[in-house]
Design a protein around this ligand. Sequence first.
Ligand code: ADP
Ligand code: MG
Length: 490
Amino acid sequence: MKAPKTNQQFNENQNEKNFEKVWESCLKIIKDNVNSQSFKTWFEPIKPIKLHNNILTIQVPSQFFYEWIEEHYVTLLGKALKTELGQECRLEYSIIMENNNNSAKPYTVKIPTNSKKALVNPSISMPLDISSNAIRNPFVIPGLKKVNVESQLNPSYSFDNFIEGDCNRLARSAGFAVANKPGGTSFNPLLIYGSVGLGKSHLAQAIGIQAKNNFPNKTVLYVSADRFMTQYIDSVRNNDQNDFIHFYQMIDVLIIDDIQFFSGKEKTQDVFFHIFNHLHQSGKQIILTSDKPPVEMIGIEPRLLSRFKWGLAADLQAPDLETRIAILEKKLYVDGIEVPKEVIEYLAYSITNNIRELEGALTSLLAQSTLNKKAITLELAKSMIDKFVKNTTREVSIDYIQKVVSDYFDLSIELIKSKTRKREVVQARQIAMYFSKNLTKSSLASIGMQCGGKDHATVLHACRTVNNLMDTDKKFRSYIEELEKKINVM
Ligand code: ADP
Ligand code: MG
């Protein structure tokens, strides 16, 4: 005959069956004690596995996850568990490990927490023997010893060299604030987005340079998303993912450039997610760049996207004319080269929406002039620009037409754009409208808007007037032909 069950045994058996219930009750306690974001991040992914001999086993997604829990939540976990299971309970982790032998099946490792100690003394966390050696720096080729983390920053991408304009004011000032107080502003992460060649990398590095200057003891690191991914893949191959993760977790100001490269790369996103959480929760600064705003990013996990929105997303727009001219002038000044103002203006008028191309045009102009021993003139600039941008988006702009016409008649651009009805201004304005109609794809309405706020009928009338005059007045016609050469299209 079987001995009747004692009460305690009975309870245990009941509990063993109810490990899910036990965990659920623990979660309730935990939920009341952490913020909802942390709860989602760190507790929702945990699965209870079993309850045996008053030891609750929970499964966590990674070793990193385990360490995080032990470091930050062991006291709370302990309290919750004690409430549910009494003083003598213990907690055991089961960690899903990536198996390196290419078999897809995850395997688990049990790591019993030193619950007794942990329960009474929250400051003692279980050090896990992840690597007894120093953490490997993925930027250093094995064998070469490097003590400090090199920032990988390009010193010429400084704030000093970054021209401020309406197009970048918000991003620039947020970046400046972040550099002066890394991790201490609400701009964390700071996400800088904008299309190619508008200065994302430059600004991101400027923040890094400035932060490093302000806080020499902080570890600043700039890395392209591409490189981050390669390093991660290498770390998996070499079985030192933990070093990879730990390396990135030591950084105080982490700058990742072009995160659109993470799109569709689930594993990389996963590891970045953990690094992000660690840095963010320890008050470290994260700066990201992307060619799109978060709402348009495709192939990036929602949990990451939502984190990108925690801080500030600031965009870079195409620079206006004044800013383009200032950028070219700054570059020439830094290089100690002098170029006629009209050439600078011509370049700035011709290339409107990519600063890299704008600089490229200037560089090839300088090269042409040096190689062919030709002076840098407007002629040279025009012939070069034609070759340079012909195949891209070259279209004479209304701005440029107005500039050539106003120079030709020795009037100011402002007059042409004004509503004045002075005879000589009216004629110059009509000529500018005529060229704008013939040489650009702009609509009559938009030409009218840009030439003194006129309507489309006024523009049509201007075109007719110019055509009539050309047919009847030889002198007028020669003006127009000369002007057309100056505007020098296609
Ligand atoms: P992105 O990363 O957005 O493609 P980059 O940061 O590489 O663009 O910028 C392209 C080039 O334009 C760089 O040489 C950079 O120095 C220059 N540039 C961009 N914005 C500015 C600016 N506001 N002032 C000065 N130079 C700039
Ligand atoms: Mg870039």
